[in-house]
Ligand binder design. Structure first.
Ligand SMILES: O=C(O)C1=C[C@@H](OP(=O)(O)O)[C@@H](O)[C@H](O)C1
Ligand SMILES: C=C(OP(=O)(O)O)C(=O)O
Length: 408
């Protein structure tokens, strides 16, 4: 049995940084993730005037409940949490704020969030393409009130508005017309509670009270999406792996990926504070049809082990994976074909047929998850290489070393 320590959750670190910055008092974050996305988030906060002190195991964030108060330029890198949450924080402050992002992030949609902010009276202008970075905000606080949001492309729009809610003068009443990635909203609500704010949810209406957040000490869970590569490799090779720090009470929906592996034939034990997956090995994995709307960051993980299953693997309801770091449905299909695996795709699905992959170079499209997923395929495909293995820096800079040590 191998025990693997997984670095902190990107999503929880980003939310914790936002909440800590917006809170009254100084917050201590234990075991935050240090990766390009979260470093970019912390850098963004620093540019907005917040103070973050670090020691080896914790980050200490001084809250400023009144919001950012002097003009700033923020570069969001590739991080959609940074690119979508920080403009909401800036809107609550006072000053002229400019946000820009990498070419990859500039392509990703932002329109439903910026439309919602405008409808709340925020003076916001897209500099180049409507609904995309770069953007400018002339902020003078947000009064609050009613807002309608379509979060069918990304739940991050809703998380941004929920996080903003307590910083408005009257609170927010958000009516959501469509929503993907629901478990990420549940993470947001649970963490807002930890920082002293209770959101009322009635069906598709979220009511957020005004009044601000309270600083706390917050321990970040290991990243469940990152853990999926280690679980999938166990399922594929017949090993047993235990990940501590993720158990029955974990916040992250992506931990449910182990249920997909269980349906394929892996043995799964979810303890109070750890998860163990033991694989049947390649020959013992069965095919399945699975809807992954709630846990779509693990779609590439499943696609990458799918060829080894004894029957077809069909993944449905994952349209929004087309607007992530790359078009992940096409990237998975293209790379599986390079490996000689028969694949079909539709608007929101992919179907992969059993085949023994042959070595090829994987086109990464600058997407960390394409690298980490196909690294799992590589365990049983000698000679598989990547055109840009380093793009794992977005969420797990030490991935290649950690994965090699795990397999050794
Ligand atoms: O809120 C978050 O932290 C995230 C929400 C999800 O995005 P979508 O809601 O765009 O699917 C997920 O894919 C992303 O990695 C992180
Ligand atoms: C989609 C992802 O990231 P984000 O949307 O936060 O950039 C991801 O990490 O898979």
């Amino acid at each position: 049995m191998t025990v693997v320590e997984i670095p902190g959750s990107k999503s929880i670190t980003a939310r914790a940084l936002f909440l800590a910055a917006a809170a009254r008092g100084t917050t201590t974050l234990l075991r935050p993730l240090s990766s390009d996305d979260t470093e970019g988030f912390a850098e963004g906060l620093t540019r907005l005037g917040y103070r973050i002190d670090r020691d080896p195991h914790a980050w200490h964030v001084e809250g400023r409940p009144q919001g950012p108060a002097s003009d700033a330029e923020v570069y969001c890198r590739d991080g959609a949490t940074t690119a979508r949450f920080l403009p909401a924080l800036a809107a609550a402050g006072h000053g002229e704020f400019r946000f820009d992002a990498s070419a990859q992030m500039r392509r990703r949609p932002l329109g439903p969030l910026t439309e919602a902010l405008r409808s709340l009276g925020v003076d916001l202008r897209h500099e180049e393409r409507e609904g995309h970075h770069p953007l400018r905000i002339s902020a003078r606080g947000v009064r609050g009130g009613e807002v309608t949001l379509d979060a069918g492309l990304s739940s991050q729009y809703l998380t941004a508005l929920l996080l903003l809610g307590p910083l408005t003068r009257e609170g927010l009443r958000i009516t959501v017309t469509d929503l993907v990635s629901v478990p990420y909203v549940e993470i947001t609500l649970a963490m807002m509670r930890d920082f002293g704010v209770e959101v009322k949810r009635e069906g598709n209406v979220f009511t957020v009270p005004p009044g601000g957040y309270r600083a706390t000490t917050y321990a970040v869970e290991p990243d469940a999406s990152t853990a999926s590569y280690f679980f999938a490799a166990a399922a594929l090779t017949g090993r047993e792996v235990t990940v501590p720090g993720l158990g029955a009470g974990a916040l992250q929906g992506d931990l449910r990926f182990v249920e997909v592996l269980e349906r394929m034939g892996a043995r799964v034990r979810i303890g109070t504070d750890q998860v163990t997956v033991a694989g049947p090995g390649g020959e013992g994995l069965s095919g399945l049809t699975v809807a992954m709307r709630d846990i779509s960051d693990t779609m590439p993980t499943l696609a990458a082990i799918a060829p080894f299953a004894t029957g077809p693997v069909r993944i449905e309801d994952v349209y929004n994976t087309r607007v992530k770091e790359c078009d992940r449905l096409e990237a998975c299909a293209q790379n599986l074909r390079r490996l000689g695996v028969p694949v079909e795709t539709g608007r929101d699905w992919i179907e992969i047929r059993p085949a023994r992959p042959v070595a090829a170079e994987i086109a990464t499209f600058g997407d960390h998850r394409i690298v980490m997923s196909f690294a799992v395929t590589g365990v049983l495909t000698p000679g598989l290489t990547f055109d840009d293995p380093g793009c794992v820096r977005k969420t797990f800079p030490g991935f290649h070393q950690a994965f090699a040590e795990y397999l050794a």
